[in-house]
Write a protein that binds this ligand. Structure first.
Ligand code: CTP
Ligand code: MG
Length: 229
């Protein structure tokens, strides 16, 4: 199989909810930077032709050397934008024409497995926009804004949490971006939402809870526990 997949890594954020210090994507989890953990499974995947990493502007000027070491000539670094969607768009714009499948992955998800990647590529290659997702397990409460008052219990039976990498036939993703004005991109928190908004069909593939997203300091501690030394 000829490699036909381009991977866009969203690593252009500042990690503000993690608190002070270097942006979270550069922080080591048991010695290995989160971004390196997030890129490595794609760099080792035979179907992946290109990996475009969107970094904060300063870091894009002076990227960490381990990025080159892990992905070699398949790697391209671009400057991200003010929002995640802008960073993803910048990465998509730098992708070689030859990649017909596009995966979009958060640098903040360092534990993606090859099984998840395979499942997403399989559906995207079949022409489907696809989101790896996990069933919501907790009981959900709607709370009155600004108060502690529970208004209701929300039926969770058909709710899933969207993870990444999300996978797309390239033409579908490009058409979705083209249909939204650049200023409106920020209101879409993932690429699947862009496609849903334009009436396109999106499917889920069941994913693992372990493909967690590191947002806060507490998530970071969880991530360190998660790695077997
Ligand atoms: N991201 C990006 N470009 C931006 C903002 C976010 O590429 N302008 C990336 C982040 O680097 C991260 C992913 O999108 O890998 C998910 O975003 P999030 O977890 O919100 O990360 P940050 O925006 O960095 O964190 P925060 O919102 O706490 O500042
Ligand atoms: Mg953010």
């Amino acid at each position: 199989m000829r490699p036909d997949t381009g991977v866009l890594i969203a690593a252009g954020g500042r990690g503000e909810r993690m608190g002070p210090g270097i942006p979270k994507q550069f922080r080591p989890i048991r010695g290995v930077p989160m971004l390196l953990r997030a890129v490595r499974p794609f760099a080792q995947h035979p179907r992946v032709r290109k990996i475009i990493v969107a970094l904060p502007e300063d870091d894009a000027q002076a990227p960490p050397p381990w990025l080159n070491e892990v992905a070699g000539e398949r790697l391209t670094i671009v400057s991200g934008g003010p929002t995640r969607a802008d960073s993803v768009f910048a990465a998509l714009s730098a992708l070689d024409a030859v990649c017909s499948i596009v995966l979009v992955h958060d640098a903040a998800r360092p534990f993606v497995t090859v099984e998840t990647i395979d499942g997403v590529i399989e559906r995207a290659a079949a022409g489907v926009a696809v989101v790896p997702a996990v069933r919501v397990g907790d009981t959900l409460k709607r709370v009155q804004p600004g108060t502690a008052r529970v208004l209701e219990t929300v039926d969770r039976s058909d709710l899933w949490r969207a993870q990444t990498p999300q996978g797309f036939p390239r033409a579908v993703l490009e058409a979705a971006f083209a249909s939204v004005k650049p200023a409106a991109r920020a209101s879409y928190t993932d690429e699947a939402a862009l496609i849903e908004a334009t009436g396109g069909r999106v499917e889920i593939v069941p994913d693992r809870v372990g493909n967690l997203k590191v947002t806060t300091e507490e998530d970071f501690l969880l991530a360190e526990y998660f790695v077997t030394p």
